[in-house]
Design a protein around this ligand. Structure first.
Ligand code: FAD
Length: 445
């Protein structure tokens, strides 16, 4: 053990508080990052899940159900669970903090898996080991479900000062962390002027939700008579998905507040002088929500499992089998949720949504259960459904549904998109039924 290892070793008490049984960690008197922790219990297979959000927690629940003798270990950096879905509504108090923020140890207790609060920092795949801030954990199967990373380097290279300034002053709030609270504070404190929102280029997390965020902040601006405007800088040629529904909402509900600028791919960001250069021109802002490009979470890069383009550049997303969700180069490693890679030449990626993460969490648990039982693994397809609130009084939403089937001729997965463009209160009610159903599924609420 060197000094660095010693300093990085968290106190044993913190391990216990994080939810993993302390007895299971008995071993060397002083734990270091090189120590093996969580010795095996029983003879069943061990599945380690990295990332305990929508996808990871769902996989954990179904693995315990489908493989009763499996040891399932979920590794998550956050102490509690924050939901992306409903967080735009929480920004303007349509729902309370208790609605989006939940105890993450409760489902682990109910479903019988081990949750360890720790940082995943690397892998030794040849030895089937996960490297964490608390030590090494071995696995038979590994699931990576760490969501996304903000690729600020695409804007700033390695200029850490610009990255930190942007993150601190213009948080994207698309990852479950303290940025959500910072954004809520920003909305509450907004006194007027131009609020710029940059949208990431596709594929990115929850494509319709930045427009929902714009609508709900616009609603707040309108209600409180704040002399403010929202400028949406969109790299796409038009609003998508639910194009008509959103454009109608912008025009009918927020004509003097929201301006949507298409083909506005970001070229340069100067967060200190509040200027953005895009393909559609240069813009100044008073305040901003700056969303950089999204990529697969750091853990996929650390595992060496990022895909490559034909000319050898990283795709930014997991290199995986599109029907069975395991890594192309390592079938002991599965991917669940937003970090997943390319699926089909027709539509590219599955929507990076909570609905899909939850669905694939179940599918991957089933795939692993079939392999463990020595059965043929059946390829399964998800669907997707997202409700987006565009008006908070009266409460009205629009929605988009995606269905998938395999094209018999090409073997390609085929997508059908169904937009519900007419805003209604019934869709708001359906949204609340949807989220309650999902929360009961993996949060045991
Ligand atoms: C504003 C907003 C609105 C949205 N609205 C909807 C909606 O209406 N419907 C819908 O279906 N989807 C919606 N989404 C998208 C949804 O939140 C994501 O698609 C979903 O969370 C993806 O699940 P995941 O498991 O891949 O990632 P996450 O839920 O983000 O989980 C990943 C977890 O991994 C953890 N993690 C990452 N790296 C490490 C590490 N190194 N060590 C330990 N832990 C790590 C993270 O802390 C996180 O908890 C919305 C998202 C946002 C931001």
């Amino acid at each position: 053990m060197n000094r660095r290892d010693f300093l990085l070793t968290p106190p044993a008490m913190a391990l216990g508080m994080a939810g993993a049984p302390l007895a299971a960690m008995a071993g060397p008197a002083i734990l270091t990052r090189e120590s093996r922790i969580l010795p095996r219990e029983g003879k069943g297979p061990r599945v380690v899940i990295c990332g305990g959000g929508w996808g990871g927690m769902t996989a954990a629940r179904y693995l315990r159900q489908l493989i009763p003798n499996a040891e399932v270990i979920l590794l998550e950096r956050n102490p509690t669970f924050w939901s992306g879905p409903m967080s735009n509504k929480w920004l303007i108090d349509v729902v309370s903090t208790d609605f989006v923020h939940h105890d993450a140890q409760h489902p682990a207790n109910v479903y019988g898996y081990t949750r360890l609060q720790t940082e995943v920092i690397g892998f030794e795949r040849e030895r089937r080991l996960v490297r964490t801030a608390h030590g090494l954990i071995d696995y038979d199967f590994l699931i990576l479900s760490g969501g996304i990373r903000n690729a600020y380097d695409a804007w700033f290279g390695n200029d850490q000062k610009a990255i930190d300034h942007t993150r601190n002053h213009y948080p994207s709030a698309y990852i479950p962390n303290a940025e959500m609270l910072a954004l809520k504070q920003k909305v509450k404190n907004f006194k007027g002027g131009t609020l710029v929102m940059t949208l990431p280029p596709p594929p990115h997390r929850c494509p319709p939700s930045p427009y929902e965020r714009a609508c709900l902040i616009a609603w707040h601006i309108k209600k409180n008579k704040i002399p403010g405007k929202i400028l949406i800088l969109d790299p796409k040629p038009k609003v998508a998905p639910i194009s008509m529904g959103y454009q109608t909402a912008f025009r009918e509900l927020y004509p003097d507040i929201i301006t949507h600028i298409p083909n506005a791919g970001v070229q340069e960001v100067d967060p200190f002088n509040k200027r953005i250069k895009t393909l559609a021109g240069e813009f100044k802002f008073d305040d901003a929500i700056l969303m950089p490009p999204h990529q697969a979470a750091e853990m996929v890069w650390q595992a060496g499992l990022i895909g490559k383009t034909p000319d050898g550049k990283p795709t930014g997303w997991a290199d995986m089998d599109p029907r069975f969700f395991h890594a192309r180069s390592d079938d002991r490693v599965y991917f669940v949720g937003d970090l997943m890679g390319h699926i089909s030449s027709q539509f590219g990626h599955y929507p990076k949504s909570a609905h899909v993460a939850n669905y694939i969490g179940r599918i991957v648990a089933r795939n692993i259960a079939e392999r463990v039982a020595g059965k043929e693994v059946i390829a399964r397809l998800p669907d997707n459904l997202c409700y987006m609130m565009v008006n908070a009084d009266p409460q009205e939403a629009i929605s988009v549904k995606f269905e998938y089937e395999v094209d018999a001729a090409s073997g390609n997965v085929h997508q059908t998109q169904i937009d519900e463009d007419v805003r209604t209160n019934d869709l708001v009610k359906e949204d609340f039924v949807w989220i309650k159903d999902k929360f009961s599924d993996f949060l045991a609420l």
